[in-house]
Design a protein around this ligand. Structure first.
Ligand code: C2E
Ligand code: CA
Ligand code: CA
Length: 406
């Protein structure tokens, strides 16, 4: 969208001219002389729209529009509406295209060249195809939503846990809880197959609550085993989706679950991503502060990707930062990645924020993070995510790093 200034008496659009945008009057007024509809001649003022058929049809205009005074207009291009419609919820896109098609079908073209008639028809066909594909997507989404609801009811979700070790002492410091779906026909599914759709259908809210509750329950068992083996206390880290923060009483619900499961909240970490901080900063800030005051630890996941802004670290009560695994992957071959990792680690030391290095797959990567004095490490080199039963043998063991480089 952009703004244009029109002088009194100037023509904004004229009959039969190609049109591919609509106009919203910001100030001033415009006289429309409509040659087709029964409206005839009328005036539009601030807040009103005209030329919308440019968006619906992308064909020639029906009317002439002339500024009655010096006027400012906001131009809304058809391409922008198309783009927004395509990226919106399929239900919204379906409705928009459906009503545009209705407008199309009600419009009878009385005049115009064959070429214009062809444009008109081809846009209609294009729009009808979009309606068809939105309909299919909505039906498919609804089916998956029902499947996820059923899975939750039938207890088909399970948590696997990936060990996170102290890079200083080598001992297991905690676990990240990672969801899997034990699908009755398709076997064990990774989040890749369903988290995205769970977010789009908002099923992530009840699923995320289940994950949180399950992790709270298991935290006590892991810590009992840690106490029995005289090893350090363990935290359990839970991924929280941005959608969960749109539930107004989310904090209250989490507190209730914590009470119900009698979990020691200081041993539960909530992993959030920057999108939570960006979307509705004030409301999320308040919720995060409440969670933090209640005793949960907060971890900023996938740090360094997306819109990473160091200012978040001042604004939000973050305890730990997880350096995204793409940096771990690249840092030994790419100087820029290495510098970013160095900068994040230096800054976190100054700010008293702990660092978790993700995706460690080689001894070289592990050695580099140890040299940078990062606090925690996680990755396939240390262990893949494991089913609960396999964890009890790990608790109490220690990873040996060999001798540190002189
Ligand atoms: P994430 O939070 O970044 O979790 C880490 C992912 O990296 C996990 O994938 C883990 O298995 C994988 N990983 C760990 N070490 C390595 C390594 O050394 N190399 C490589 N290449 N990968 C490694 P997973 O379990 O498939 O989970 C994928 C994503 O799904 C998670 O990314 C998280 O965004 C989401 N997710 C998982 N569980 C939950 C959940 O309970 N709730 C929500 N909202 N999201 C979840
Ligand atoms: Ca995570
Ligand atoms: Ca991550």
């Amino acid at each position: 969208m952009h703004r244009i200034e029109i002088q009194k008496g100037e023509t904004v659009l004229s009959l039969d001219e190609e049109g591919n945008c609509a106009y919203i009057v910001e100030s001033g007024s415009v006289q429309i002389t409509d040659k087709v509809s029964s409206q005839g001649c009328y005036t539009v003022g601030p807040g009103e729209m005209f030329g919308e058929y440019g968006i619906i049809e992308e064909a020639h205009h029906y009317s002439t529009a002339v500024a009655l005074e010096d006027t400012i207009l906001v131009v809304v291009p058809q391409a922008e509406i198309e783009e927004k419609s395509a990226s919106s919820d399929p239900l919204i896109s379906l409705f928009l295209n459906f009503f545009m098609d209705r407008c199309h079908s009600l419009t009878v073209r009385h005049y115009g060249t064959d070429e214009q008639a062809n444009i008109f028809q081809s846009r209609r066909t294009h729009r009808q195809n979009k309606i068809q594909s939105s309909k299919q997507e909505i039906v498919e989404r609804f089916r998956i939503k029902e499947e996820l609801e059923q899975a939750l009811k039938n207890d088909e979700f399970v948590l696997h846990y990936q060990p996170i070790i102290s890079l200083r002492g080598g001992y297991t410091a905690g676990f990240e809880a990672l969801i899997r779906w034990q699908h009755p026909e398709r076997g064990l599914l990774s989040p890749f197959h369903f988290i995205d759709i769970a977010e789009k259908t908002n099923m992530i809210v009840p699923i995320g609550e289940w994950v949180f509750k399950e992790a709270c329950k298991k935290s006590a068992l892991f810590n009992k085993r840690a106490a029995d083996t005289n090893s350090p206390e363990l935290f359990v880290s839970v991924n929280i989706s941005a959608n969960q923060f749109t539930v107004p009483d989310m904090v209250e619900r989490f507190k209730n679950i914590a009470h119900e499961t009698a979990v020691d909240v200081s041993k539960i970490q909530l992993e959030i991503t920057e999108s939570i901080l960006m979307e509705d900063a004030d409301s999320s800030k308040k919720m995060l502060q409440e969670l933090k005051n209640f005793g949960f630890q907060l971890v900023l996941d996938d740090f360094g990707t997306g819109y990473s802004s160091l200012s978040y670290l001042h604004q939000f009560p973050i305890d730990k930062l997880k350096i995204d695994r793409s940096f771990t992957h690249d840092m030994l071959n790419d100087q820029d990645s290495l510098e970013i990792v160095r900068a994040i680690s230096g800054l976190s030391h100054n700010m008293d924020i702990e660092i978790v290095a993700e995706g460690i797959e080689t001894m070289e990567q592990l050695a580099l993070y140890r040299d940078l004095d990062c606090h925690y490490g996680q990755g396939y080199l240390i262990s893949k995510p494991l089913p609960e039963q396999e964890l009890y043998d790990i608790i109490g063991t220690r990873m040996s790093f060999g001798r540190k480089k002189p």
